[in-house]
Design a binder for this molecule. Structure first.
Ligand code: NDX
Length: 256
C-alpha cells in the first residue's frame, strides 16, 4: 500500500508555489484568456461549451482524492480532524464539478486552457488528497484547536460568498445570452471580484484549518491566479460601463 513520502509533499508544494509566482508575473500584465478577456483572434481556435469544459477540468480535483481514499487500506481516515478536513476539499469540488458546470451560462472555453486547467486539477487533487489521506496527523482534540475552528469558519464563509456570487453572476444572463452586465447585490456591492474574494478566503481558511504546506501553497496559488483576474475584471468594467459604481474596489472590500 502507498506510504507517506515527506520529500514528495515538499517538492510538489514548492513547485506549486513556483507556479503561483509564474502566474502572478504573467497575469499581472495581461489576463488569462478566457471569458471576458478572450481575444478575437483566439476565438477562432478550438473551444468547448462551458458546461463540458468546467466539468472535465474540475473533475480530477474530486476524482483523484476519491481514488486515493479508495486505494488506501484500511480505507479509513484517522483521526477525526483529518477526516473532516478531507471532506472540506471534497465538498468544494463536488460543488465545482457536479453543480456549477450544469448551471453556468458562460461562453465556450478555450481548449488549450482546458488542457492546462485539467493538468492543474490532477496535480493539485493529488497533492491535497495524498497529504491529507497518507501524511497528515492531527491530535484527537484538533476539532477544538483555534486553528481548526477559525479556519473552518473562514472556509464556510468563503464558500458561501463564492457560491452566492457565482449565482448572482449567472442570473445576469438569460439562457443563451453571452453579453456582460454590471454585477449587482451581495458582495458585488463592494468589489468587482466577489466570487474570487470568496474563493480566496475559502482556501486560506482551508490552509489554516489543515495547517499544512500543500494547503498554504494552494491558497497562495489561488491568490496569484484569480487575484490578478479580479483586477482585470475591474478594469474591464470601468472601461466598458461609464456608470460603473465609483466606490467599488477590485478584490478586497474597502481596500483594493
Ligand atoms: N479553474 C482554478 N497557468 C481555472 C481554469 C483556468 O478552478 O496555464 C484554476 C479553476 C486555469 C486555472 C484554473 C489554473 C491556471 C491555468 C488557467 C488557464 C491558464 C493557467 C491553467 C484551473 C495556466 C500556468 C501558467 C501556471 C500553467 O462568458 P463568461 O465565461 O465570461 O461568463 C462568466 C459569467 N460572468 C458574467 N456574466 C454576465 N455579466 C458579467 N459581468 C459577468 N462576469 C462574469 O460568470 C462565467 O460564466 C461566470 C464566472 O465568470 P468569472 O470570470 O467571474 O469567473 P471564472 O474565472 O470563470 O471562474 C469561475 C469560478 C469562480 O467561482 C472562481 O472563484 C473559480 O471558478 N476559480 C477559477 C479559477 C481557479 C480557481 C477558482 C482557483 O484557483 N481556486
Amino acid at each position: 500500500s502507498m506510504q507517506c513520502l515527506p520529500g514528495l509533499v515538499l517538492a510538489l508544494s514548492s513547485l506549486l508555489g513556483a507556479l503561483a509566482l509564474l502566474q502572478l508575473s504573467l497575469y499581472l500584465r495581461v489576463p488569462s484568456r478566457y471569458g471576458k478577456h478572450e481575444e478575437r483572434v483566439a476565438r477562432a481556435r478550438g473551444r468547448l461549451p462551458a458546461r463540458c469544459a468546467w466539468f472535465l477540468q474540475e473533475l480530477p480535483s474530486f476524482l483523484v482524492p476519491a481514488l486515493l481514499l479508495a486505494l488506501r487500506s484500511p480505507p479509513r481516515l484517522e483521526p477525526l480532524g483529518c477526516r473532516l478536513l478531507c471532506c472540506l476539499f471534497g465538498w468544494h469540488y463536488f460543488y465545482r464539478t457536479f453543480i456549477y458546470p450544469f448551471f453556468t451560462r458562460g461562453r465556450p472555453f478555450p481548449l488549450q486552457l482546458l488542457f492546462f486547467g485539467t493538468l492543474f486539477c490532477i496535480y493539485n487533487g493529488f497533492l491535497q488528497g495524498y497529504y491529507l489521506i497518507y501524511c497528515a496527523e492531527y491530535p484527537n482534540d484538533w476539532c477544538t484547536d483555534i486553528r481548526f475552528t477559525s479556519g473552518l469558519l473562514l472556509f464556510l464563509l468563503g464558500m458561501g460568498i463564492n457560491i452566492h456570487s457565482d449565482l448572482l453572476l449567472r442570473q445576469l444572463r438569460k439562457p443563451g445570452e453571452v453579453t456582460y452586465k454590471i454585477p449587482q447585490g451581495g458582495l458585488f456591492t463592494y468589489v468587482s471580484g466577489a466570487n474570487y474574494f470568496g474563493e480566496i478566503v475559502e482556501w486560506f481558511g482551508f490552509a489554516i484549518a489543515t495547517w499544512s504546506l500543500p494547503a498554504f501553497a494552494f491558497a497562495f496559488f489561488t491568490l496569484c491566479c484569480i487575484g490578478p483576474r479580479a483586477y482585470h475584471h475591474h478594469r474591464y468594467y470601468l472601461k466598458t460601463f461609464t456608470d460603473y459604481p465609483k466606490s467599488r474596489k477590485a478584490l478586497i472590500p474597502f481596500v483594493f
